[in-house]
Design a protein around this ligand. Structure first.
Ligand SMILES: N[C@@H](CCC(=O)N[C@@H](CS)C(=O)NCC(=O)O)C(=O)O
Length: 307
């Protein structure tokens, strides 16, 4: 069973990035809805403790982080390409940039809504996005500043689109569209002032409609238990792979732990290295409910530690 399974929830912005990417690839995929805040008891056996959203599963291979998910989608399903016109390379940098802009968008949206956030959500996202000393009243007071950061950077996107291109790279949608669209989707949908704020950007608004029209491919629901069973009955398709140039000297068979390189209070995931490369690392991890799964992470943005 090599279905693409996406573990996500509808209001998740990073999931929207991936859903649009699945739309660009015109894929049929299975949709597992996961909780918006921990605990996530039916996801943790697959991810070894990684708690962010979204996560992609293909059989016994688990892909954590949208960067890793998008790379794997392009590898497995090269056409329609994420890089129309041969533009590989730079779109990954655009992805890092828009994920950075997300921090400003989150500060605006969570700051503006600070007094209405459900307690468990506020506690969880406060620690995850703003560090151990988060203070929602300060984030709220900082909304005008955060909105200035957001506005300036969305202005760059608007300038690019105002050159007359239908999509960021040209006439066909590509990776930059998915990784920029989710920001605008988040700002419009979750900040009461979002529509007014975005009205300044005519080229973004016209492009937004074109990206929304791409859709999400063809999802069909799957239960979390079915997804766990799928992993258990499959074996990883990931080959053992070394990288002679690895700067940390990491080799297949070594035990490592991996965690996002930000102060989000997240649990590192540990296991035995299966594949090591410049852009990704994959480890084997065993749990009773899923057997052995191969969990993939990006290298950029993640800290790998030998244990
Ligand atoms: N770098 C990650 C960031 C993902 C992220 O922060 N996702 C948010 C939801 S959109 C999240 O995990 N929130 C906490 C949760 O869902 O438990 C990626 O690109 O996938």
């Amino acid at each position: 069973m090599n279905d693409v399974i996406l573990h996500h929830y509808p209001p998740s912005p990073f999931s929207e990035k991936v859903r649009v990417a699945l739309g660009i690839k015109q894929l049929a995929w299975r949709s597992v809805e996961i909780p918006r805040v921990p605990p996530k008891p039916d996801l943790m056996p697959l991810t070894g403790g990684f708690r962010r959203t979204p996560v992609m599963q293909i059989g016994a291979d688990i892909y954590c982080d949208s960067q890793c998910i998008l790379r794997e989608l392009q590898r497995r399903f090269p056409e329609p390409t994420f890089f129309p016109g041969g533009g590989d390379g730079m779109p990954w940098a655009v992805n890092r940039w828009t994920d950075y802009v997300f921090d400003a968008a989150a500060a605006v949206i969570l700051g503006a809504g600070a007094d209405q956030l459900p307690e468990a959500f506020a506690k969880d996202r406060g620690r995850l996005y703003f560090g151990p000393n988060y203070d929602f009243q300060k984030i709220k007071a900082g909304v005008p500043h955060s909105a200035a950061q957001l506005r300036g950077q969305l202005g760059w996107l608007d300038q690019r689109l105002a050159t007359g291109r239908k999509f960021i790279l040209g006439d066909q949608p590509g990776l930059p569209d998915a990784v920029a669209y989710y920001l605008v989707w988040f700002v419009r949908g979750r900040w009461p002032q979002g529509p007014e704020f975005l009205a300044e950007f005519a080229a973004i608004e016209a492009w937004e409609k074109r990206v929304a029209a791409i859709g999400h491919g063809t999802p069909s629901d799957m239960t979390a238990v079915e997804a766990l069973e799928t992993a258990k009955s499959a074996e990883t398709g990931t080959p053992v792979q070394a990288d002679a140039h690895d700067t940390q000297g990491i080799e297949p068979g070594m035990k490592v732990s991996i965690v996002a390189d930000v102060d989000g209070g997240e649990t590192p995931v540990s296991g035995e290295v299966r594949l090591v490369a410049r852009d990704s690392i994959a480890i084997l991890h065993s749990e009773e409910r899923v057997g052995t799964v191969c969990i993939h992470f990006p290298r950029v943005g993640y800290r790998v530690t030998l244990i």
